[in-house]
Design a protein around this ligand. Sequence first.
Ligand code: ADP
Ligand code: ADP
Length: 226
Amino acid sequence: MSTLTLNKIAKSYPNGFKAIHELNLDISDGEMVVLVGPSGCGKSTLLRMIAGLEEISSGDLSIDTTRVNDLEPGERDIAMVFQNYALYPHMTVFNNMAYGLRNRKTPKQEIERLVNEAATMLELDHLLDRKPNQLSGGQRQRVAMGRAIVRHPKVFLFDEPLSNLDAKLRVQMRLEIKKLQRRLGTTSVYVTHDQVEAMTLADKLVVLNKGNVEQVGTPIEIYDNP
Ligand code: ADP
Ligand code: ADP
């Protein structure tokens, strides 16, 4: 059970530019919120602040009842899936997925159990000994998902994870992500500029514009009542 609460979150960059204005957002347990909006509206800034990769200028970010503003990325119980996969080229699929767990001193047997469980879910069992350059784009994206899943984090963040894939694979992976998120019931924030992807995935859509929330609603509420 995890909720994510953004209370008057704001971001001013060092040059004085206000990328996010006091923004409020409640994401309930198991919900998938999709952030959309024009390029430069602040989607990536917001996601990076949640991940702990960008400092929050003011406001409170909480997971359940814990304020996490001052926690390091690795201490937040959040896993992020990136557009460029961020896989280690010299490591096997197994080791790529195990990496974060090893950093956390997870016992060896537990690592094997968690990686094998994720590999089965993602249909990667037969690829565990390969290196990233021996995989297709879709398979690499699955490994990136696997790295996030093995940790059983409280929150998943997705930063345009499908934008490097071709159109056909994008549709397939979009459905897989939806199925997986439902199955795991992990509270998620997903950034995309693809309207169809947003409509397919979102329980709740948040439209950002110039650092403000312009609209919040279900896909039907937003796209049927522009
Ligand atoms: P999006 O992900 O929606 O395209 P971003 O979050 O990347 O938007 O950027 C939001 C705004 O903040 C943009 O106007 C961008 O130019 C600005 N911005 C991003 N990073 C910095 C930075 N390090 N310093 C100053 N301004 C920045
Ligand atoms: P965790 O999974 O424990 O959160 P990461 O694997 O994301 O940690 O990152 C651990 C460290 O490795 C960080 O210091 C990060 O900057 C670095 N790192 C992340 N991705 C890569 C990469 N593709 N190649 C080299 N170093 C990386």
